[in-house]
Design a protein around this ligand. Structure first.
Ligand code: UDP
Length: 501
């Protein structure tokens, strides 16, 4: 990769009417931060069109107020066709099919939105696009019609940087993994990450590469190239998290705006924009919610009845699926730890769950100390005084939410960026434990005890509290994320004047 020499300063603070179109990959982990950004930009005076697929829009509308506002409107593109996708296909083929399907059914409707054929009132034409960093067609089409595009990567800086090192790993013969290899061997040659990543910590798609012709290589190369295609890069992260990586990445990529944690920045701005928000809110709906599922609020009452820092909050996110065996081991480990637990478990999370025989030991232990529901208001749960640690799959949103709440994490990552996130949680930020690749009941019990009891728990809690403080400071007035967001707004406004920046 070539180093760049351009500066990341904004070129104008003009208040000309800028109109940004934000387009998002159809998934919870993408909708949440991108919708936060849409709200923040519209509150900052930028006309903002938020584009999602029809089905995501429908699901979102049931909890969130999606009526058009003065400077924020919601539009859709058709859902990708999933019919015809062979269930036996590997994930890589499914991902490629999904991208192709989105390209074929959404390109024309998306072009119409870009060229704003149906604009009314004071809405100016689209002057700039913020596209999800894994939405190939969206970035390409915006380029074709000549609209400046900023790329939003919804995962961590460290995982993006690890993906960007594919060539290095292939040249060194690390990828594909040889048949017999030491998964604990430290991989070398990644600038800024020396001594940190082991083979087992490499991003999930990399670990799945079987040959040099593999589909995963095409996917990783594709995603890597999108990062250098835009005018700028946006990350839901904050400078204090990656003080080593950020300057290194900035020397290779277009200007980087780290504006996270976005859910915290949104709160900070909402406080100052309370009046405006109240005026715009449709009664009875939550203007901030980005949840695609029905939240179970009864679990909050259960939490209210538990002592301080006594509960392990468990969830594995929106897409991870575990085997019956893994589920059984986790459940036993939690019950055997003797600690209370709140487990948010999607109905489709465990393969073959209906075949499980629940032992008396599990039943009793859960009745005494556990609460199992399908979906919780996670930010609220993590902020609850009763929660003592977070057993997580290390999705990037969950990781940031855990950090902001100052809750130590136990990480059991499934795929992609989660592998790198969990390593950083344990080895770099030291705010949790990485359980990666093993989840037998003894390991689960041991890690829960380590995160909940004695000196080890105290140490983790202290560093988690320090991290929460850094996160909070970054979004406050003069904090780095707040300042970067303001620079981003100026940058976007400048596109109204120049057509590019
Ligand atoms: N989440 C939630 N309730 C739950 C479980 C998860 O609201 O019961 C939210 C969580 O707050 C986070 C998102 O779902 O914002 C999951 O995103 P993440 O990037 O962590 O994981 P992924 O979507 O990749 O599984």
């Amino acid at each position: 990769m070539e180093k760049n020499t351009s500066s990341s300063s904004s070129s104008s603070s003009s208040s000309a009417a800028a109109h940004v179109l934000i387009i998002c990959f159809p998934g919870q982990g993408h909708v949440t931060p991108m919708l936060s950004l849409a709200k923040l930009l519209s509150f900052s005076g930028v006309f903002t069109t938020f584009v999602n697929t029809e089905s995501i829009h429908r699901r979102l509308s049931s909890s969130s107020d999606l009526t058009d506002r003065r400077r924020l409107r919601f539009r859709t593109v058709p859902d990708p066709l999933t019919g015809g996708v062979d269930e036996e296909l590997g994930f890589s083929s499914k991902f490629i099919n999904l991208q192709e399907s989105m390209r074929s059914c959404s390109t024309e409707p998306y072009k119409k939105l870009l060229l704003t054929e149906e604009l009314t009132g004071e809405w100016p034409p689209v002057t700039c696009v913020i596209a999800d960093g894994i939405l190939f067609y969206a970035i390409e089409v915006a380029g074709e019609v000549g609209i400046p595009t900023l790329v939003f990567r919804t995962s961590s800086l460290s995982s993006s940087w690890a993906y960007a090192s594919l060539r290095t790993f292939m040249d060194q013969g690390i990828i594909p993994f040889p048949e017999k290899c030491d998964m604990d061997e430290i991989v070398k040659g990644v600038e800024g990450m020396e001594g940190i990543l082991r083979r087992r910590d490499l991003p999930g798609f990399m670990k799945m590469v079987k040959s040099t012709e593999d589909n995963y290589i095409k996917i990783i190369n594709g995603i890597n190239s999108l990062l250098i295609n835009g005018k700028a890069l946006i990350f839901n992260s904050f400078d204090a998290l990656d003080p080593t990586l950020l300057p290194i990445m900035s020397s290779y990529y277009p200007p980087i705006f780290t504006i996270g944690p976005l859910h915290l920045l949104t709160k900070f701005f909402n406080i100052s924009n309370e009046k405006e928000q109240e005026q715009e809110k449709e009664p009875g709906k939550n203007s901030c919610s980005s949840s695609l599922r029905q939240e179970d609020h009864a679990c909050m009452t259960w939490l209210d009845n538990q002592p301080d820092k006594s509960v392990v909050y468990v969830t594995f996110g929106t897409v991870a699926v575990m085997s019956l065996e893994q589920f059984t081991e986790f459940w036993h480990g939690l019950v055997n730890s003797g600690h209370r637990f709140l487990w948010a478990m999607r109905e489709d999370m465990v393969k073959g769950k209906e075949e499980m025989e629940v032992t008396e030991e599990l039943e009793e232990g859960t009745k005494e100390r556990g609460c199992m529901v399908e979906w919780v208001p996670q930010e609220e749960v993590l902020a609850h005084r009763a929660v003592g640690c977070f057993l997580t799959h290390s999705g990037w949103n969950s990781t940031l939410e855990g950090m902001v709440a100052g809750v130590p994490m136990i990480c059991f990552p499934y795929f992609s960026d989660q592998m790198v996130n969990s390593r950083f949680v344990s080895e770099v930020w030291r705010i949790g434990l990485d359980m990666k690749d093993t989840c037998d009941r003894n390991t689960v019990e041991r890690m829960v005890r380590e995160a909940m009891e004695g000196e080890s728990a105290l140490e983790l809690r202290n560093s988690a509290a320090r991290m929460a403080d850094l996160a909070r400071k970054s979004v406050e007035k003069n904090g780095t994320s707040c300042a970067n967001f303001e620079r981003l707004v100026s940058y976007i406004k400048s596109t109204a004047l120049t057509g590019s920046s």
